[in-house]
Ligand binder design. Structure first.
Ligand code: SF4
Length: 328
């Protein structure tokens, strides 16, 4: 990492045991989404690379390969921190060429992961976007979002701010096993309630639904009931998507935690296939859609990139939208 252009220093801190932060001076803050992408936004901002939330299924893992780090443990623990991202963003948004297009945060790695507690990059990012009246969507699993809700509400009065929380697993032990670095589902539901109280209409992404682990009617009913009670406005869902760089990591976890499911998963995701088969997706839709209607969570909010992403990629999960290999 020390050889990387822009590298300032590498930091280990007793408050973040097992974590390594690589502080870099980025060359740009706004990343253009590749032209051929089906994503409904053109720009993203990623203050961090790697994610301490450490979700086993995360398909952003591949982005760490470009840093010569591995897509497993390194992705979870070696976090690249763009310490100048807010200052750069402010400058880029001030250019006459900036068209005020939607900017998405949380499409690659989580902006409210643990490192944000130390580096506090988001307040500067939010302020830069609000100052230039730039609409933004934020997708996160991080309860640290609550720290910035007042600022986000102020930004929402100047330009549209959409908040989406990813909550896919209701059962505590399973959730902590497969998303070991994340806040609990309960804490995330409380964050939804806090966002609602701050004037937002939060969305929840139930992504990924895990075949045979979280997809029974009873499990989905409980989760949707709790999401509704927390005050979410709508829900998007999608079954597990297993890209090639995630598959070995995921199967290693499955063999350790649920060996009886290895064969059923190999049947659902044979060989190089990354998507659950259509038969499975139809069965899942048959179970979850009536529940979404029951709890009034089936609205399709218009003009919201986060929602549009989910609608267009219902066979995939977010975050984890692939990013271009040019990182800094
Ligand atoms: S799925 Fe999201 S929260 Fe989980 S590790 Fe990946 S980027 Fe982080």
């Amino acid at each position: 990492m020390a050889a990387m252009p822009g590298h300032l220093r590498t930091v280990r801190s007793p408050e973040f045991a097992g974590m390594v932060f690589h502080e870099v001076l980025a060359k740009s803050a706004l990343n253009r989404v590749p032209g051929q992408s089906s994503m409904p936004f053109s720009w993203t901002v990623n203050p961090y690379r790697g994610c301490s939330h450490a979700c086993v299924y995360c398909f952003a893992r591949g982005s760490h390969r470009y840093l010569d780090l591995d897509t497993g443990r390194d992705f979870d623990s070696q976090i690249v921190v763009k310490v100048n991202v807010a200052e750069l963003l402010d400058r880029e948004l001030a250019k006459p060429s900036w068209q005020g297009e939607y900017v998405a945060l949380g499409t690659n790695t989580d902006p409210y992961q643990r490192a944000e507690g130390r580096y506090r990059l988001m307040p500067g990012i939010i302020e830069a976007l609000a100052r230039r009246q730039t609409p933004v969507s934020i997708l996160t699993k991080g309860t640290l979002l609550r720290r910035d809700l007042a600022q986000l509400a102020d930004a929402n009065s100047r330009a549209s701010v959409t908040i989406a929380m990813s909550i896919a697993i209701g059962e505590h032990e399973l959730q902590q096993s497969i998303e070991p670095g994340t806040p609990t589902t309960r804490a995330r539901l409380e964050t939804i309630a806090a966002a609602r109280a701050a004037g937002f209409a939060p969305m929840v992404f139930i992504m990924p639904v895990l075949p045979y682990l979280t997809d029974s009617t009873e499990q989905l009913n409980t989760l949707l009931r709790d999401i509704s009670a927390a005050g979410a406005e709508s829900v998007m869902y999608g079954p597990l998507h297993l890209r090639s760089h995630v598959k070995p990591w995921f199967f290693e976890w499955l063999e350790r935690e649920h060996p009886d499911l290895v064969q059923p998963y190999r049947s659902l995701y044979p060989g190089a296939s990354s998507k659950a088969p259509q038969r499975y997706r139809l069965e899942l839709a048959g179970r979850i859609r009536p529940l979404m209607r029951r709890y009034g969570l089936d609205a399709r909010p218009a003009n919201r990139p986060a929602a549009s992403v989910a609608l267009r990629t219902s066979a995939t999960q977010l975050p984890g939208v692939p990013s271009p290999p040019t990182l800094f």
